[in-house]
Design a binder for this molecule. Structure first.
Ligand SMILES: *Cc1c(COP(=O)(O)O)cnc(C)c1O
Length: 362
């Protein structure tokens, strides 16, 4: 029942827009007049072809991309991209620049090292527990590419602006903030995002790759791990995750037609962030953990005076219909993930609850 739904602040899998869930429900037994569910149709059917082509077209429209970029829907999550990027796009004998801003960047770096390839960690915020985004980074002009994590889901930091890397292509893991704001996507060599944070369910990873990157793909890597394989087959070299891609398509449609595009989405996300960070900054009870200027508009990390109160807070929030507020197990504390599908009303309800909890316990 719609009435029983909670305010969902889960980090991922995460909230999806209610109109998308309702459309899935409505179409579930009879997708596009096929007499079958989307989970039962052939991925070689015209019905599914329309879904994936529409998802690609909407992605390009939302990000102002033309024929110079390919949009893929791959399996293996964002985590498989950590190894596919160096495998495909880092030629032997060259090196890549990585910025280490937290858990996910660290994992990406490890996957190059496993392959015995050269990585330069040109900046890191590990000295302050990854609570900020490094500035004034000296990138290597001969690097094969620069890799960043645009939003650090666990540490609650986000690049406010992307660095200028000159002629060196920039690659970004945008798993937790893709489609949350407009940006110049055309200058990225590659962008990838596990769908389950901001654009869909788990089971599919969106990969956007610039055409000139494909010339780097070596012959001697496994077929399934080659970007060219998936570009040449429109993500249907093998059976794709049809249901997950269908859901992504509906989320993109919602973004374009209901929200009104990324400028509008960013306005709403800014309002949400202003509300919650404004409240945290004014409070002596709660404390935001990310440095000002580096704060994520998607994952708001904060602490209470002690761990016992944090436990009580998370428990009491759940009892009041506010779920998913526990911080990642590696950092503790609290985290409100306020992705695109989490409305201003949810953030208002959260702030109201936080005020009440403070009054009782502060
Ligand atoms: C969740 C997350 C990942 C891991 O995604 P999977 O799809 O589970 O592999 C990678 N990077 C970031 C920034 C994430 O938030």
């Amino acid at each position: 029942m719609k009435e029983n739904r909670i305010y969902n602040f889960n980090p991922g899998p995460a909230a999806l827009p209610l109109p998308v869930l309702e459309e899935i429900q409505e179409s579930f037994l009879n997708f596009a007049g096929s007499g079958m569910s989307i989970t039962e149709v052939s991925h070689r059917s015209k019905g599914f072809d329309d879904v994936i082509n529409d998802a690609v077209a909407r992605t390009k429209r939302l990000l102002n991309l033309g024929d110079s970029h390919h949009v893929l829907f791959l399996q293996g999550g964002a985590s498989t991209q950590f190894c596919m990027i160096p495998m495909n796009l880092l030629p032997e004998g060259q090196s890549a620049d990585y910025v280490n801003t937290g858990t996910w960047s660290t994992k990406a770096i490890k996957e190059i090292q496993i392959q015995g390839k050269n990585v330069n960690v040109v900046a890191s915020s590990e000295d302050k527990n990854f609570s900020y985004i490094p500035e004034n980074i000296a990138f290597n002009s001969d690097a094969a590419y620069v890799h960043i994590t645009s939003n650090n889901t666990i540490k609650g930091t986000q690049w406010a602006e992307f660095p200028d890397t000159g002629d060196v292509p920039i690659m970004a893991d945008m798993s937790s903030d893709i489609m949350s704001r407009p940006f110049d996507a055309s200058r990225f060599g590659m962008i990838y995002a596990g769908a389950q944070k901001n654009i869909g369910p788990s089971g599919v990873c969106m990969v956007i790759i610039r055409d000139d990157m494909l010339a780097r793909v070596p012959e001697n890597i496994p077929t399934m791990l080659k970007y060219t394989t998936h570009v040449n087959k429109n993500s249907m070299f093998n059976t794709p995750p049809c249901f997950a891609i269908y859901t992504v398509q509906l989320v993109l449609k919602w973004l374009e037609e209901t929200v009104g595009g990324l400028d509008k989405m960013a306005e709403i996300n800014d309002k949400k962030a202003d509300l919650i960070y404004g409240f945290l900054d004014a409070s002596d009870f709660y404390r935001a953990t990310a440095a000002e200027g580096s704060r994520s508009k998607m994952n708001v990390t904060f602490r209470l005076p002690d761990e016992d109160l944090e436990k009580q807070f998370i428990q009491a929030a759940m009892e009041n219909g506010l779920g998913g507020l526990k911080g990642h197990r590696s950092v503790g504390g609290c985290r409100a993930s306020v992705y695109n599908a989490v409305g201003l009303d949810a953030v208002e309800a959260l702030v109201d609850f936080m005020k009440t909890f403070e009054k009782k316990n502060g």
